[in-house]
Design a protein around this ligand. Structure first.
Ligand code: PLP
Length: 385
């Protein structure tokens, strides 16, 4: 059966070039990057090379790149590493749970937290961030692109506000990295988290930009790895793979790939919107090229995810990290959708390798699945509370 994967915001496959780059570092070049012998130095050199690539990707100095286990760790490190009881944190109600759960835990320990809500189109107004400032505001944490809607946030304006207020600024760039150019200097941030598996690199490896002089306490302590910012033997194959994925991502930001993906996404969206009782969540806002989040009246989103899966199409209802949970998406609720419509929303997120044939296939099966589900749906029949 044809399979079309449109859940790139959950994770992406490794590109063949990434696998090839990683391969030697599992077997022949397996050394510990901290060892002083040749095997260790080979690993160390490979880590340094990847660090230089990531520094170019982020536009920072090599020494400002800290490798870690991924976006969740980066987000946790930013919050736990800077905030103490009595400090104030400004974040938003549409962040990933890696931020929200960390903020909740800190709130229980005496950190004041303000959650700024987005507009109906899913954008955070920088002026709302400014209004939330207090004398004890130590950190502002805002995402670059939302994982569910793809909506891009005005991080440069927020960076200016943070700078004027003397607050630290963290960007969760996990969903924006590789999809839009990322420049930590321009954005005025002190910390920025990214994750390899969202950009065709391996799972379990991430990186964090830590601006020189930022008084960040490490989250993971032990050895002196990563300039004492993150203890633990480096995941050398993962780091090498991340470096290669970042190199390829820089190419595809310049070679027209993102424009091609945007055109495919727009065709998919326009095709689905032909169906009655549909609309785009965040459609009025600037978005990353690969994402569309669509509501379908008279449907249960989870049922449509399963129906499409049976027809060979992988999509997601709400955030992948919440699938299995029955609560409607906190992002869509924060944008003002009612529970029914939030539950009836689906995220289609295209890989950068997506093709016209993928879109054709999805446009063929979505109307079939919807017609079938609407015919049997208790929601459509008006029997569901
Ligand atoms: N932040 C955002 C915006 C995400 O979308 C995700 C993953 O979905 C994360 C953080 C967590 O990243 P990781 O899976 O690398 O821990």
């Amino acid at each position: 059966m044809t399979r079309v994967y449109m859940d790139a915001n959950a994770t992406t496959p490794l590109l063949p070039e990434v696998v090839e780059a990683m391969r030697p570092y599992w077997i022949d070049r397996f050394g510990n990057a901290s060892s002083i012998h040749l095997d260790g130095q080979q690993a160390h050199t490979a880590v340094d090379r990847a660090r230089a690539t990531l520094a170019e990707f982020l536009n920072c100095h090599d020494a400002e790149v800290i490798f870690n286990s991924g976006g969740t760790e980066g987000d946790n490190t930013a919050l736990f590493g800077l905030l103490r009881p009595g400090n104030h944190l400004i974040t938003t109600s549409i962040e990933h749970s890696a931020i929200l759960a960390a903020a909740n835990r800190l709130a229980a320990f005496g950190v004041d937290v303000t959650y700024v809500a987005p507009s109906a189109s899913g954008v955070i107004d920088p002026e709302e961030i400014r209004r939330a400032l207090r004398p004890n505001t130590r950190l502002i944490s805002v995402m670059l692109a939302n994982n569910e809607t793809g909506v891009l946030q005005p991080i440069e304006e927020i960076g200016k506000i943070a700078g004027e207020a003397g607050a630290f600024f963290h960007i969760d760039a996990v969903q924006g990295a590789g999809k839009v150019p990322l420049d930590v200097r321009r954005s005025g941030c002190h910390l920025c988290s990214i994750s390899a598996h969202k950009m065709h690199g391996p799972k379990g490896i991430g990186a964090m930009f830590v601006r020189r002089g930022t008084p960040l306490e490490p989250l993971v302590v032990g050895g002196s790895h990563e300039r004492r910012q993150r203890a633990g033997t480096e995941n050398v194959p993962g780091i090498v793979g991340f470096g290669r994925a970042a190199e390829l991502a820089m190419h595809s930001l310049e070679d027209g790939t993102m424009e091609r993906v945007a055109a495919l996404r727009d065709r998919l969206e326009a095709g689905i919107l032909q169906l009655p009782g549909t609309g785009v969540n965040g459609g009025a806002a600037p978005r990353v090229a690969n994402t569309t989040n669509i509501w379908f009246d008279d449907l249960e989103g989870e049922a449509l995810v399963i129906a499409l899966d049976l027809k060979g199409v992988a999509v997601s209802g709400g955030s992948a990290c919440h699938s299995g949970a029955t609560e409607p998406s906190h992002v869509l609720m924060a944008m003002g959708l009612d529970k029914t419509r939030a539950r009836a929303s689906l995220r289609f997120s295209l890989l950068k390798t997506a093709t016209d044939a993928d879109v054709d296939y999805v446009l063929k099966v979505v109307p079939e699945a919807i017609a079938h589900l609407r015919a049997i749906s208790p929601v459509a029949a008006g029997t569901a509370g």
